[in-house]
Design a protein around this ligand. Structure first.
Ligand code: C2O
Ligand code: CU
Ligand code: CU
Length: 509
């Protein structure tokens, strides 16, 4: 097998991709486009079978527009963090240093691990402090991510840059897939941002920002504005991560070409799924393989959506109808003259065990709501008076699950260890909410009674629950009993999460 490490050595890129701790962000010079930055691949240091990582959460400045600087946050760099390269079944130990000047947390999104190591809102790292989580990587090969999960400020911290990709490799898996990091295996961290004229980030500056979440008019891809990528091989694997606070992207190519989705949130699909468009909500991931053999320049786009929300006068209709309506260029792809041939994409990728519904011994219901008119009328909830202005009569403060908002000291659910459960998710609000469950991966049973599309048949940790939709997911609760430390479930629109559209569960004996 042509492994990532071998490949990097043979083409002499080892030090470029892995040795450097700082980012390879090109400074923008013109508006004719900028080479896509590739976050460094961080291998950590293997000491007696444990892989050690040093992550420093820090303040920095970035230059996204020529002649301006933006105050940003990053991990071992100015904006975003390195891609952590982990191996299935390997124990890891992370040394995390908080130098951002305020409390934060760092969460391993999609990972099945003890709740005390999860990096959720309870594992706060005080300003200037360090945290040392340790766990064994139980994931299948796939694309995950890490990000701040600080209660009430995760949205702002992620927006400023506290996020990065995780790539899990399964050393036992012998699949011929494009896997040379930065060459034919490309991380794509997709985010939208809004800027002031002087280059500063705008955050929660408009009424609708706290209602529908923070949307921007400028795309950053791995922190690069107006990015282009020079493809050097016929097949390229893109690891798409929607790391936006609130925006849903509908990916497609400018010439409508077909691509193959090979993985969803939790790893490989049973076989490649041919698509011409792919919708990813915040926190969802997909790995796709695209064929550039024709040598033509092409753009990866996000298509604008037309809303079917009714038109009436007032802010509500305008805001809902504008949701995800804007189209974007995401990435210009310029295939080079001589393209490296890859092997064929395998027809079978992974054998997938579908969790049988009959195995479930309990059903729980979760209702996602935003309250009447979505203007907060409730001044008493835990979100009142938070620094984001949520609650207390300011818009959007009513985002809730089962009518409740997150309270650090309230356990919403207790789940019996080693059981399988069905969770019924319903959404009676006017917009989609991406529902995310910590603890690990689940499967979708059905949406409004219909089986999910093929590319949602695999492992998931975040799922779109659309307005008016009723869906069911199935999940097994194994390995880690903890009567003290809860796992979270929440909407992954980060402003909703910060407002308390989140709950907690314990896995108990
Ligand atoms: Cu991506 Cu609870 O988080
Ligand atoms: Cu998570
Ligand atoms: Cu939401």
């Amino acid at each position: 097998m042509f492994t990532r490490r071998k490949a990097l050595k043979t083409i002499g890129l080892g030090s470029l991709a892995m040795g450097s701790r700082s980012f390879l962000f090109a400074q923008p010079t013109t508006d004719g486009g900028n080479p896509l930055a590739i976050p460094p691949l961080e291998e950590g240091e293997l000491i007696e079978g444990v892989r050690h990582f040093q992550l420093r959460l820090q303040q920095g400045t970035s230059s996204f527009f020529p002649g301006t600087t933006t105050a940003t946050l990053g991990i071992n760099g100015n904006y975003l963090g390195p891609s952590l390269h982990l191996h299935r079944n390997e124990p890891i130990s992370l040394h995390i240093e908080n130098q951002i000047g305020e409390p934060t947390t760092l969460h391993w999104h999609g990972f099945h691990l003890p709740p005390s190591e999860d990096g959720g809102p309870h594992q706060t790292i005080a300003k200037g402090d360090t945290w040392n989580p340790q766990f064994t990587v139980r994931q299948f090969a796939g694309t995950f991510w890490y990000h701040s999960h600080m209660l009430h400020t995760a949205g702002e911290q992620v927006y400023k840059g506290l996020a990065g990709m995780i790539i899990v490799e399964d050393d036992e898996q012998q699949l011929e897939l494009p896997s040379t990091y930065g060459i034919d295996d490309i991380p794509l961290i997709v985010q939208d941002r809004r800027f002031d004229d002087d280059g500063a980030f705008q955050y929660l500056s408009a009424y609708e920002d706290s209602v529908i979440g923070m949307h921007g008019d400028t795309i950053l891809l791995n922190g690069t504005r107006l990015p282009y990528f020079e493809a050097t091989s016929r097949l390229v694997r893109f690891r798409l991560l929607n790391a936006a606070n609130a925006r849903t992207f509908t990916f497609a190519f400018s010439d409508g070409r077909e691509f193959q989705q090979i993985a969803s949130d939790g790893g490989l699909l049973p076989s490649p799924v041919a698509l011409t468009r792919l919708e990813l909500a915040p926190a969802e991931r997909a790995e796709i393989v695209v064929d550039f053999s024709d040598g033509r320049d092409v753009k990866l786009l996000s298509l604008g959506r037309t809303s079917n929300f009714p038109e009436f006068s007032g802010a509500m209709s305008r805001i809902m109808r504008s949701l995800n309506a804007q189209a974007f260029d995401i990435l210009s792809i310029r295939p080079q003259a001589q393209l490296q041939a890859n092997t064929q994409l395998p027809a079978q990728l992974a054998s997938l065990y579908r969790l049988p519904e009959a195995a479930a011994t309990n059903t729980r219901k979760f209702l996602l709501s935003m309250g009447a008119g979505m203007r907060s009328g409730d001044d008493r909830g835990p979100g009142r008076g938070t620094r984001n202005g949520n609650g207390g009569g300011y818009g959007g403060g009513n985002s809730s699950i089962n009518g409740r908002r997150m309270e650090l000291n309230f356990i919403n659910e207790r789940i019996k260890f080693n059981t399988t459960e069905v969770w019924e998710l319903s959404n009676n609000s006017p917009m989609m909410h991406p529902f995310h469950v910590h603890h690990g991966q689940f499967q979708i049973l059905d949406r409004n009674g219909q089986p999910p599309p093929e590319n949602e048949m695999g492992w998931k940790d975040t799922v779109k629950v659309r307005s008016g939709e009723h869906m069911r997911i199935i999940m097994r609760f194994t390995d880690y009993i903890d009567e003290q430390n809860p796992y979270m479930y929440h909407c992954h629109i980060l402003e909703h999460e910060d407002q308390g559209m989140m709950g907690q569960f314990l896995v108990v004996e």
